[in-house]
Design a protein around this ligand. Structure first.
Ligand SMILES: N[C@@H](CCC(=O)N[C@@H](CS)C(=O)NCC(=O)O)C(=O)O
Length: 203
């Protein structure tokens, strides 16, 4: 088993933080250099036709891409601590929040970066105006998240879950295009400080 990884990119970090929270430390990582677009070379496209990182490779040769799918695999392999919910209702609530954080925060931060940064220049079609739309959407979502966190400790309720991991990484990645927690967003800042202080955040 191994995980194709790239330190510095947000989606692979989701899996690394998830594994750190689970206390799983025996999975080797192999770096795929996104800076030189190694993930778009034919050899890697055989592993993941979408070209994205991370990818989990199992010993039987199965390749599992998509960060949440990889996390799901490890949640089943080592259920405790539960990061994807404990019962039917809680699992659905956690999934709802994780998808919101994925589409509305991390996705918007990534859309902002992908469409405006030199990193992707000439590599993907970039629409600067769409990058701005994404950035504005992310900024609005952080305003909203600050209100959500007024009466709860974590994104999906009273327990740390995968939704916190996705939100943390989305917000941290937002810095690449100056999407930041604002001075007046005290609830969001309190939450960010708490989740950033967990040892897993360094993964
Ligand atoms: N939906 C996928 C997204 C994977 C993805 O886009 N990964 C980024 C790194 S954060 C990547 O490989 N980007 C390089 C590229 O698209 O060329 C997931 O959740 O894992």
């Amino acid at each position: 088993m191994k995980i194709y990884d790239f330190v510095g990119a947000p989606n692979p970090r989701r899996v690394r933080v998830f594994l750190a929270e689970k206390g799983i430390s025996n999975v080797p990582f192999e770096q795929v250099n996104l800076a030189t677009a190694d993930n778009r070379k034919p050899e890697f496209l055989k592993i993941n036709p979408m070209g994205g990182i991370p990818v989990l490779e199992l010993d039987d040769g199965t390749h599992i891409a998509e960060s949440v799918a990889i996390c799901r695999y490890f949640e089943d392999l080592k259920p405790e601590p539960r990061l994807m919910g404990v019962d039917a209702k809680d699992k659905a609530v956690v999934e709802m929040w994780n998808r919101r954080m994925e589409f509305e925060v991390l996705g918007m931060a990534a859309g902002s970066f992908r469409n405006t940064s030199d990193f992707f220049k000439g590599r993907i079609p970039q629409v600067k105006e769409y990058g701005e739309v994404c950035k504005n959407a992310a900024v609005k979502r952080l305003e909203w998240l600050d209100t959500v966190l007024a009466d709860r400790e974590f994104i999906a309720g009273s327990r740390y879950t995968i939704a916190d991991i996705t939100a943390l990484i989305g917000i941290d990645f937002g810095r690449t295009t100056q999407i930041r927690i604002q001075e007046n967003q005290k609830n969001l800042a309190r939450w960010h400080q708490a989740v950033s202080s967990r040892p897993s955040a360094k993964a």
